[in-house]
Design a protein around this ligand. Structure first.
Ligand code: R5P
Length: 288
């Protein structure tokens, strides 16, 4: 029985004040259910609309590549500066402390390694993703690959079905096969295919004409960093992508292979969220 002593009448009904219409800051997500929006809001800052995702999933196909030899030593100190982390479940569960409370974009497909051609891929059991409390699942799409295109589109489709049941967004990751062009026509097609098949976020690469890739994609586009560049060039990449409409970066090597990764991720964060120019970002990097 509820305690009825001192039961006070309500008086603050705000009569005369309209209920404010709520808008949602993530592109293409206005009609999604609450759980999806909550997870997307953990990834994309509601003030800037942007995200700096720290990608360190490379080991799931490449093994202990440079900068990822010891996740505990090289990556864990960076996590506090990221808006979201992207990794595979084995590293998450074995090495990432659960006390960070950062949103996780889980690498949710697996199959091939760099030792073979892309040959098969499966997706994670959605219940395992739920157990890890992930905020998004990342699934690769090999558009244009004669063997793997259909397989990876089916994977994305299934991941979107699974995610929809529990309110977990899916990020479509556009692959770069050795026979695939790296231009806005290819990335535009692959990004749009990802979104049309239900991806809530698309990760692709920056290229000339990137503004067309973003314009034709109905959901947020984040860019991968690609191979390690000098810091100023990496910051220029971030700046140009944001200027062309990207909703953020999902960056790995240009952060963790930097001589000063902690300074680099903060400079990237400032360019993405605060509009620093690449030169200002470099000054910040040098100061830090
Ligand atoms: C791509 O599928 C990989 O999983 C990486 O997450 C991605 O390429 C981002 O890392 P990087 O900035 O090193 O390219």
């Amino acid at each position: 029985m509820a305690d009825l002593d001192d039961l006070r009448e309500g008086s603050r009904f705000g009569i005369g004040t309209e209920v404010a219409n709520q808008t949602f800051h993530v592109k293409g997500a206005g009609n999604l259910p609450w759980g999806m929006k909550d997870r997307l809001s953990r990834i994309f800052n509601p003030k800037s609309g942007k995200s700096v995702m720290l990608a360190f999933d490379h080991g799931f196909i490449m093994g202990p590549t440079s900068g990822l030899e010891r996740i505990d030593l090289n990556i864990v100190p960076l996590i506090e500066y990221a808006d979201c982390i992207m990794c595979a479940r084995g590293i998450l569960q074995s090495t990432v402390p659960p006390t960070f409370n950062k949103p996780i974009c889980l690498r949710a497909d697996a199959g091939s390694t760099i030792l073979t051609e892309l040959n098969d891929n499966v997706i994670i059991d959605i219940e395992d993703a739920l157990r890890m409390n992930v905020s998004a699942m990342a699934v690769m799409l090999a558009i244009g690959d004669p063997v793997m295109e259909a397989r990876t589109v089916a994977n994305l489709y299934k991941a979107v079905d699974n995610g929809a049941k529990y309110g977990i967004p899916v990020m479509g990751v556009t692959a770069v096969g050795k026979d695939m062009a790296r231009d806005s026509r290819y990335f535009g097609l692959a990004s749009r295919v990802a979104a049309e098949n239900g991806a809530n976020i698309v990760k692709t690469y920056y290229c000339d004409g990137f503004e067309n890739v973003v314009a034709a994609c109905p959901v947020p586009v984040v860019i991968a960093g690609g191979k390690k560049l000098p810091e100023l060039e990496a910051l220029e990449l971030c700046y140009k992508a944001i200027n062309d409409g990207a909703a953020g970066v999902d960056m790995g090597r240009n952060v963790f292979q930097s001589e000063k990764p902690v300074a680099m991720i903060q400079a990237v964060h400032a360019v993405v969220h605060d509009g620093l120019t690449p030169q200002q970002g470099l000054e910040m990097f040098n100061d830090l």
